[in-house]
Design a binder for this molecule. Sequence first.
Ligand code: PLP
Length: 372
Amino acid sequence: MVDLKSQYEKIQDEIDNAVLDVVRSTQYINGPEVKKFQQDLEEYLDVSHVIPCANGTDALQVAMMGLDLKPGDEVITTSFTFVATVEVIALLGLTPVLVDVYEGTFNMNTESVRKAITPRTKAIVPVHLFGQCVNMEEIMSIAKKHNLYVIEDNAQAIGADYIFSNGKRKKAGTIGHVGCTSFFPSKNLGCYGDGGAIFTDNEEIAEKIRIIVNHGMVVRYYHDYIGVNSRLDSIQAAILRVKLKYLDKYAKLRREAADYYDNAFADNAKLIIPERSSFSTHVFHQYTLKTRNIDRDKLKKYLGSKNIPAMIYYPVPMHEQNAYKNYEYKKEDLSITDKLSKSVISLPMHTELSKQQQDYIISHVLDFVNNQ
Ligand SMILES: *Cc1c(COP(=O)(O)O)cnc(C)c1O
């Protein structure tokens, strides 16, 4: 699905030097590279505060801890997402309220959000799935009306631009009260291990989150809040500083690969290409097709037999998972999510795809689809 080796080889000297510099500096935790990466990312995102942390799941958890959400508070998010989004809500004793997505973009349905609001609702967590933003203008207007926090799960869309109706642009993850991301190796900005970050323009929230990621400690050995230990290590920060310089170029390569797939599949009645929103650029964390009247699982198997990795994101929606199915929901409210989990398939998508590789993938997808 990704080719991290070829990507590394193109920037090997820069990465190797950056890593070796940290090793030789012996400043492995909270070293200068972490601070520099934080500043680089603040500048790239045009956001006042970036707080690096250990992974994307921690980023979401710490963000929610920083907003003083209390057990029993309801947090609205989508069922069609990676588990981390729902997991941290449940872990903190908050109540996940799962809403449906739009069939075209796979992203949060803002009408469903409106309908899900109760007096206990405290926050909305839009997930910018597969590399494209949720309709944030709608989300922010709902949040304002009901006095809710918005925490963006931006693990899959770092570098995407949200385009406001007046034409103004902001980076994904910097529109809500807090944004969260992951630097897991296969993410669009991936390090060589685990990493994550939280962003906000709100000074007070930033200060509290900085304290929470460091054991709730303000003065050394004096703990004002219940915190966690969640740090980005210096080696990962040094790697991320190198890779951040290439992020826009990487997004362009992903978009070109997506255009090439689109072109090959657009006219096929059994395949539906991913819809592109007018209010967001797409950084194609995943290239996800919807299948129609074919056996999706057989297609995946067939591709596997031709050495083509394909993945199902996500085969079981959160409301159907053993761990989460006891939360209240109405199945008919999540019908698009259920339908998508049975019909989607994601093809290899990364920065190193060659036209020959794509031609090989495309021809086998079409072979299968046209013979069904
Ligand atoms: C990857 C991912 C996360 C979690 O990130 P980790 O760094 O793996 O903890 C959270 N939300 C979404 C949507 C993701 O894709």
